[in-house]
Design a protein around this ligand. Structure first.
Ligand code: GRF
Length: 192
């Protein structure tokens, strides 16, 4: 069984879709939800789904061992960032090289980097009168919103779109593609 950990900071709608997707899988198991925000929706999802959760703290994450021993002890093979707002520290990337995936709600390299998260992204896209936006699913390396792209998918941005209507379109793309891309990447890595 490949053991997945999902790292999330918010509502966790992507985490839920990933959990649903792998619920009956004989090869992939969502073993852990790691979260940096007490009270975040994703923690309620973990509880309802009977999945172990881990509340991560700033000090240990950035200045300590980044929970690597905990992850190894739980035999986590692969990490999925799903709306996780903290930058992944080098010690965690070194422990999971090529085995951390992220989703970004825009077409990187545009609208990435520091401060570009949540509605800030969609507001910037609309302010620049972009005709399309979308999602980028990529492996994580030491640079913010960087690393090999696994998939980009697009949606139109219309003149009447607001940050929230665009966010809805983006979420639909994320919910459809993220679980499938994770599954495909894990299959490829297994055979490489
Ligand atoms: C998603 O739009 C993701 O791209 C971004 O944060 C959002 C998380 O949403 N990184 P949710 O918590 O999965 O609903």
């Amino acid at each position: 069984m490949i053991q997945l950990a999902i790292f999330a900071s918010g509502a966790g709608s992507n985490a839920q879709k990933i959990i649903d997707h792998f619920r009956n899988s004989a090869v992939i198991n969502v073993a852990l939800i790691a979260c940096n925000k007490p009270g975040a929706g994703v923690l309620a999802i973990a509880q309802r789904e009977g999945i172990a959760s881990l509340l991560i703290e700033k000090e240990a994450f950035f200045k300590g061992d980044a929970y690597v021993p905990v992850l190894k002890e739980k035999e986590i093979d692969f990490i999925v960032l799903a709306g996780f707002l903290w930058k992944v520290p080098p010690v965690l990337i070194a422990a999971y090289p090529g085995k951390i995936v992220n989703i970004h709600p825009a077409l990187l390299p545009k609208y990435g980097g520091k401060g570009m998260y949540g509605n800030h992204v969609h507001e910037a896209v609309i302010a620049n009168k972009e005709k399309e936006s979308g999602i980028t699913i990529h492996l994580v390396d030491e640079l913010y919103d960087h690393g090999r792209t696994l998939l980009q998918a697009t949606c139109p941005v219309t003149a009447t779109d607001t940050a929230s209507s665009l966010a809805q379109k983006i979420h639909l793309l994320e919910h459809y593609y993220y679980p499938r891309v994770i599954e495909q990447e894990l299959r490829l890595q297994k055979h490489s």
